[in-house]
Design a protein around this ligand. Structure first.
Ligand code: CP
Length: 311
């Protein structure tokens, strides 16, 4: 497939492998824009993007803003505290008002799973999911996959470990959907309370001992414990979590030389990842952040009506 016919991006679960490949190829073309001295193209001149973040964000909000500016779109940022959600307005009414203000694209981060899909079915504006509760974070999944593909030249057959709080992770779900569609071998690792066997139905392996699988990994993608979504204790304490599942220096020494250490951020140094390992030679954590710009340029460009891959 070499075309894109969607106005929205609400999740990777609903995309075909061809659509994911097309997004990645488009992102590859846009990555070159960030390597020029004049980092700007006129692709979305005259379009307006509203970044509507009802949950905190550093990377996603900023990189959508940078991506939109590189495409010459106009950008407006609003947060929950600065919006009339605080006065009892519904999400749908707020979004309809943003549409009435001629927003071509609304980038939404919200705590409710399905919120982006809900708006996409009710608005003509493009809706991009920037994280909906524990459901999906499709552009994070895409930028993770983009980074792996850039380093290895392929996704098919890669051994990818995703380690940590899978149950509450939208990043994990988007990675799983995208990676499995592109032929990676995905293994989820963590305590049984946070990595239940029910994930196996998504086409992944579930393992509860990291030391059994670490040595075969091409990629180790570490996740933070999502305390903000957990309503009870899922493990005895952070010290025990680190000793059983953290990428400590001792564990990092057993990785294959070419194995990538990844993390979507924000990282909790000394918990899921040792501080020196996070800054070490196998870490691509900050490259992931940079790649997020190209991936989000591709998503904005295609959903806002761009045609083929730009030259
Ligand atoms: N990875 C990620 O979504 O980071 P932010 O919460 O800072 O956007």
């Amino acid at each position: 497939m070499k075309t894109w016919n969607r106005k929205d991006l609400t999740g990777l679960d609903e995309l075909s492998s061809g659509e994911i490949e097309f997004l990645l190829e488009t992102a590859r073309a846009f990555k070159g824009v960030g390597e020029r001295s004049l980092k700007k193209v006129p692709a979305l001149r005259g379009k307006t993007l509203v970044n509507f973040f009802v949950e905190p964000s550093t990377r996603t909000r900023t990189s959508f803003e940078v991506a939109a500016m590189r495409l010459s779109a106009d950008v407006v940022n609003i947060s929950a505290t600065a919006s009339s959600l605080q006065k009892g307005e519904t999400l749908k009414d707020t979004a309809l008002n943003l549409q009435a203000l001629q927003a071509d694209v609304i980038v939404l981060r919200h705590s409710s799973p399905g919120s982006a899909k809900f708006l996409s079915e009710r608005l003509d504006s493009s809706i991009i999911n920037a994280g909906d509760g524990a459901h999906e974070h499709p552009t994070q999944g895409l930028l993770d996959i983009f980074t792996m593909r850039e380093k290895f030249g392929r996704i098919e057959g890669l051994n990818v470990l995703i380690v940590g709080d899978i149950l509450f992770s939208r990043v994990a779900r988007s990675n799983i959907f995208g990676l499995v569609k592109l032929g990676a071998k995905v293994t989820l690792v963590g305590p049984s309370t946070l990595v239940p066997r029910s994930f196996e139905k998504l086409g992944v392996r579930v393992v509860h001992r990291i030391d059994e699988v670490l040595g075969d990994a091409d990629v180790v993608n570490l996740l933070r414990i999502q305390h903000e979504r957990q309503r009870k204790e899922y493990f005895p304490g952070l010290g025990e979590y680190t000793s059983l599942f953290g990428l400590t220096k001792a564990r990092a020494a057993r990785l294959k030389p070419g194995c990538l250490v990844m993390h979507p951020g924000p990282i909790n140094r000394g918990v899921e990842i040792d501080s020196d390992v996070a800054d070490g030679s196998q870490s691509v954590i900050l490259e992931q952040v940079t790649n997020g710009i190209a991936v989000r340029m591709a998503v904005l460009y295609l959903c806002a009506g761009g045609a083929g891959i730009p030259a």
